[in-house]
Write a protein that binds this ligand. Structure first.
Ligand code: VGL
Ligand code: ZN
Length: 198
């Protein structure tokens, strides 16, 4: 249970709650990824009632990308655009008024919800998210979802860098833990950067 004070200047960022990450049958199942739906839905309902912008992110890859092991990257094929694995999980409290931002669309490494990195040139470019938050004059970003050691971490670090007060809900995130301890190290890195872990 958290007691976050939502309101129009506080956005809730729900990261990558997609079939491939959150379903035990998903191609890149994040251990425990199926356990966070209840707590996240509770936060969504509280946030919506208070007038907070709610943003869902989707990892959204082309079928061939250097993000995938088969093309020289790290990961099993996951969240390929317009496939069932890329869908948000059923049961998530979603409303037409909520925003969706997609990352990795052009084949980039898409960890942060705010920026993507070209796998060949290393060039970093912004997603639409910061502009959306600025437009709504958001000051504070609350983050929940998957995965602690990748998308949640990179999104939280970018949010701090961009000047947002940034909160991660510990009970509402789960780690891939490719190496044991990655999730804990991600919490430490976020805390060191000024992210509040609640
Ligand atoms: C993610 C691994 C690969 C994430 C995305 O959203 O955390 N992790 N692609
Ligand atoms: Zn991915």
């Amino acid at each position: 249970m958290t007691d976050i004070d939502y309101g129009p200047r506080t956005a809730l960022l729900v990261v990558d709650l997609q079939e491939d990450f959150a379903s035990p049958n998903g191609s890149l199942y994040v251990p425990g990824g199926d356990e966070v739906l209840g707590i996240i839905n509770r936060e969504i309902l509280r946030a919506r009632k208070a007038g907070s912008p709610i943003i869902f992110t989707q990892d959204w890859h082309p079928p061939d990308t250097h993000h995938f092991a088969k093309d020289g990257g790290t990961w099993p094929v996951h969240c390929v655009r317009d496939t069932p694995g890329a869908e948000l999980i059923p049961g998530i409290e979603r409303d037409e008024t909520d925003t969706i931002t997609r990352k990795g669309v052009g084949g980039e490494d898409g960890y942060s919800a705010f920026s993507v990195r070209d796998t060949r040139t290393g060039a970093v470019s912004e997603t639409a998210l910061n502009g959306i938050l600025e437009h709504r004059r958001v000051l504070r970003v609350v983050i929940a979802g998957l995965a602690t050691d990748y998308c949640v971490k990179e999104s939280a670090l970018d949010a701090v860098r961009l000047g947002y007060e940034t909160i991660v809900i510990r009970a509402a995130v789960r780690a891939v833990d490719l190496q044991p301890g990655d999730g804990d190290r991600a919490f430490a890195a976020m805390a060191a950067a000024g992210v509040a872990i609640v």
